[in-house]
Design a protein around this ligand. Structure first.
Ligand code: HGY
Ligand code: MN
Ligand code: MN
Length: 410
């Protein structure tokens, strides 16, 4: 077979040992020891495959198969970091199918015209630092603000995390790709939703990636005695936050099926059963494939937040911490994937991505494309996340076929 399905699956299983968490899932945060273990394993497989291996100043790992010509490379890959107690396929499927597709070409001694480069991006999930798509933002030059201003919950700055990871401490913005360094970027990723499974189709050709805007909000009330304080005198920050969770949900439901709004994190202070919460920290994540619809939903939520504070005699603020524009995939790349699918006899369907991906950044450098793999029960960011060995093999085959077409091998 043109790709080694057993090798691919054994590597998926091997990487699961890095970051097993108590909830039965995977916790492999950006620049953590768990993520480093997985990245070092992939580095070893890249070296064994004869690829030229390097890390950039942001900790992104690259493995390059030289082409007959130098010049713009075709980049393919994804990420190895996870959300807390996440699954074992989000990101991992993309890194390992990319390695499998390139390694199988190298084993056949077939040199493409253009170099093919496998990448594992750092910090795709904003689970440790408040900004996601970190590694690809440094490659594409889209990182907002100063790296030293970015801190995780323990107060570790991004530069300190880079040094602890074993990097030289060079400014991660020096990871910026040179002009014309890449011709295309392709990412294989699990669909993380139900469309492919509902159609009985193993692979999807992604048409575009939703844009997101994320806020961190603080609501200040007054901590008081849970028994002594009458209901009409309270300034309960958590009751206010609860109203905002439902207001965000309503704003998205009233907008469009493609509009999504989520409050993923709520922290209450002081967090004792007999104290009325005086302070709440919470996040808002608002997305849509259409930028103006996303922004209309976000402004309605900000409006409801202001009205809520006044209504409940609370104070507070909502700060934007992350934004990415909706991104189109390239028609030529989609066609290359579909030709590869037709040649391999693998059915595909075109579909959008509600999740964001590193391609939203890399699209600043070159045309992008994505291949989705079927997710069982549409689950992701959940320990039960699963994609079958057969679907992973199909994804690696499609990717290999698309790389052959785009890299001048077909
Ligand atoms: O948030 C996302 O869509 C991705 O999982 N980072
Ligand atoms: Mn994810
Ligand atoms: Mn992902």
């Amino acid at each position: 077979m043109p790709v080694e399905s057993r090798r691919l699956w054994s590597r998926i299983e091997y990487l699961a040992r890095f970051g097993p968490s108590s909830g039965g899932g995977i916790t492999r945060l950006a620049y953590s020891d768990e993520e480093k273990g997985a990245t070092r394993a992939v580095e070893g497989w890249m070296r064994a495959a004869g690829l030229q291996v390097r890390y950039d100043a942001a900790g992104n790992l690259f493995g390059r198969l030289k082409g007959r010509r130098s010049g713009p490379a075709v980049l393919t890959g994804s990420h190895l970091d996870s959300v807390p107690n996440g699954g074992n396929f989000d990101g991992v499927a993309g890194v390992l199918t990319a390695l499998e597709a390139v390694e199988s070409l190298a084993e056949e001694g077939r040199l493409p015209d253009s170099p093919l480069e496998v990448v594992s991006f750092q910090g795709e999930e904003g689970s440790r630092f408040p900004v996601g798509l970190l590694g690809s933002s440094f490659l594409a030059g889209t990182f907002p603000g100063e790296p030293a201003a970015l801190k995780d919950r323990a107060g570790t700055t991004l530069p300190d995390a880079l040094r602890a990871y074993g990097l030289t401490g060079a400014d991660p913005r020096t990871a910026l790709a040179g002009p014309g360094e890449y011709a295309y970027f392709l990412e294989v990723h699990i669909e993380q939703s139900l469309l492919l499974e509902s159609r009985g189709i193993p692979c999807g050709v992604v048409t575009g990636i939703a844009g997101l805007v994320q806020y961190r909000a603080v609501i200040e009330g007054r901590a008081e005695h849970a028994g002594a304080c009458p209901m009409d005198l309270r300034r309960d920050a958590l009751a206010g936050a609860a109203e905002m969770v439902l207001a965000a949900e309503r704003a998205a439901v009233d907008s469009d099926p493609a509009t999504r709004a989520t409050v993923g994190l709520v922290r209450t202070f002081p967090g004792a059963a007999n104290v009325i919460p005086g302070r709440v920290e919470m996040t808002f994540d608002i997305r849509d494939l259409d930028e103006s619809r996303r922004d209309r939903c976000a402004s309605r939520i900000r409006e409801e937040f202001r009205a809520l504070l006044a209504r409940r005699r609370l104070s507070g603020a909502m700060e934007q911490v992350n934004i990415s524009a909706p991104t189109r995939c390239d028609e030529g790349v989609m066609r290359a994937i579909e030709e590869a699918a037709a040649a391999a006899g693998i059915p595909t369907v075109r579909l959008p991505s509600g999740a964001v991906h590193d391609g939203a950044n890399v699209a600043r450098l070159c045309p992008i494309g994505m291949i989705f793999l079927r997710s069982r029960d549409g689950l992701s960011h959940n320990p039960a996340e699963y994609t079958s060995p057969e679907d992973l093999e199909a994804g690696a085959l499609l990717l290999r076929g698309a790389l052959e077409r785009l890299g001048g091998l077909a």
